[in-house]
Design a protein around this ligand. Structure first.
Ligand SMILES: Cc1ncc(COP(=O)(O)O)c(C=O)c1O
Length: 388
């Protein structure tokens, strides 16, 4: 995937739409990231932590029973086995090291269900940084266990309430941006996906490309044709998908990013600006940004990373969506055939594979790589309510 242009755009999308007070802070992050990413001592330290702390490389699992059930060969890239239970840690460790290099003493983050908040609190504890996590008031109530986990890790969790908001990730992001304005001197804003103002969509993709690079090398060892026919990942903001696709974009593999039906911003969204970047957002006729709805909290955001909209426009990646019911069906199937309980987010990617194998969109015998972005332990209560 290409780097963004000088203004931080992928085609028309991306850029930096910020209040005056935050422009120097975002520029400073860009300069620091460019320097750090070209500095062998920074990347060596990042790779050391990925190996010794996160547990990378994560394995590629051949799914014999699932493959037999579907009639296609399924390989899973196991981000669920990374420390803290999802791919989020790859990005957060990179940004935490960057914050340290910039002389910052604190990390600020937004979180929806809590996965990114837990990863940020973890990295802050590891590096001895202070940490404040902003969370919508509804999510604070719904995700008590994750709030407690973050507090155990030493983070402060701040509930965000707004007059007309429903108290989820959109408001949490507003809260984090407001805090950053007041604390740019000593705090780094650690965004959790390929979203936000330049350089975040690009920087987060680069920190997540380890998923795709590893998977490409693992496929080269394992598959006769070296690359799978199709590469699939779920898309909330789009970070696990961007990291996965980065390893395969220059191959003949078909790339598929799967959105939640109630949050399909690439497909059903319209161009707009929110939270510092231009992308597709779900909007009403008055261009007011709508709330997204998904059984999976990590896919419950009304926008999507700008590079994904560009990849859709250029035709390199397709972005279908699946329903809550399809995701739950796939989750049960994978759990029972493979003994792996996927996160509800990842279950969306798997649901597309199940569906495409049934309709013939995936030819019998074809090879499919799916990024399993996280484990489902965090979702057990939610799954129980739906499955009974
Ligand atoms: C396990 C898991 N997968 C996927 C996502 C979606 O994020 P992204 O699209 O940035 O990978 C989340 C977000 O919370 C998550 O926790």
């Amino acid at each position: 995937m290409r780097d963004p242009d000088a203004a931080g755009r992928f085609g028309k999308f991306g850029g930096r739409y910020l209040p005056e007070a935050l422009v120097p802070a975002a520029r400073a992050v860009e300069v620091a990231f460019r320097e750090a990413w070209a500095d062998a001592s920074f990347t060596a330290e990042y790779r050391r932590l990925l190996a010794t702390y996160v547990g990378r490389p994560t394995p590629l699992t051949e799914c014999a029973r699932l493959s037999e059930a579907l009639g296609v060969r399924v390989l899973l890239k196991r981000e669920d086995l990374a420390h803290t239970g999802s791919h989020k840690i790859n990005n957060v460790l990179g940004q935490a090291l960057l914050a340290q290099r910039m002389g910052k003493r604190k990390l600020i983050a937004e979180t929806g269900a809590g996965q990114h908040g837990v990863a940020t609190a973890t990295a802050a504890a590891l590096l001895g940084l202070a940490c404040t996590v902003y969370m919508g008031h509804t999510d604070v109530r719904r995700q008590q266990v994750n709030v407690f986990r973050m507090e155990l890790l030493g983070a402060e969790v701040v509930p965000v309430t707004s007059a007309n908001g429903v108290g989820t990730l959109k408001e949490a992001t507003n809260g984090a941006l407001r805090a950053w304005v007041n604390e740019t001197e000593h705090a780094h804003y650690c965004i959790g996906s390929v979203m936000g103002p330049h350089p975040y969509p690009w920087m987060v993709r680069e920190f997540q490309r380890v998923i795709g690079d590893e998977a490409r090398a693992q496929c080269a060892e394992r598959l006769p044709g070296a690359v799978p026919d199709v590469v699939v990942a779920c898309v909330g903001g789009g970070s696990n998908a961007a990291g996965t696709f980065a390893g395969f974009v220059d191959t003949p593999a078909r790339l598929v990013g799967v959105e939640a039906a109630g949050g399909s911003a690439v497909d059903k969204g319209r161009p707009g600006v929110l939270h510092g970047f231009m992308s597709h957002f779900l909007q009403d006729d008055d261009s007011q940004v709508l709330e997204a709805h998904s059984i999976s909290a990590g896919l419950d955001y009304p926008g999507v990373g700008p590079e994904h909209v560009h990849l859709a426009e250029t035709g390199r990646v397709r972005y279908p969506s699946v329903t809550d019911e399809q995701a739950l069906h796939a989750l049960k199937l994978v759990t029972r055939t493979e003994g792996i309980l996927p996160a509800l987010e990842s279950a969306h990617a798997l649901a597309w594979v199940v569906d495409a194998a049934a309709t013939g969109e995936l030819a019998a015998g074809s090879t499919v790589l799916v990024t399993l972005s996280g484990r489902g332990d965090k979702d057990v209560q939610q799954i129980r309510e739906h499955v009974g």
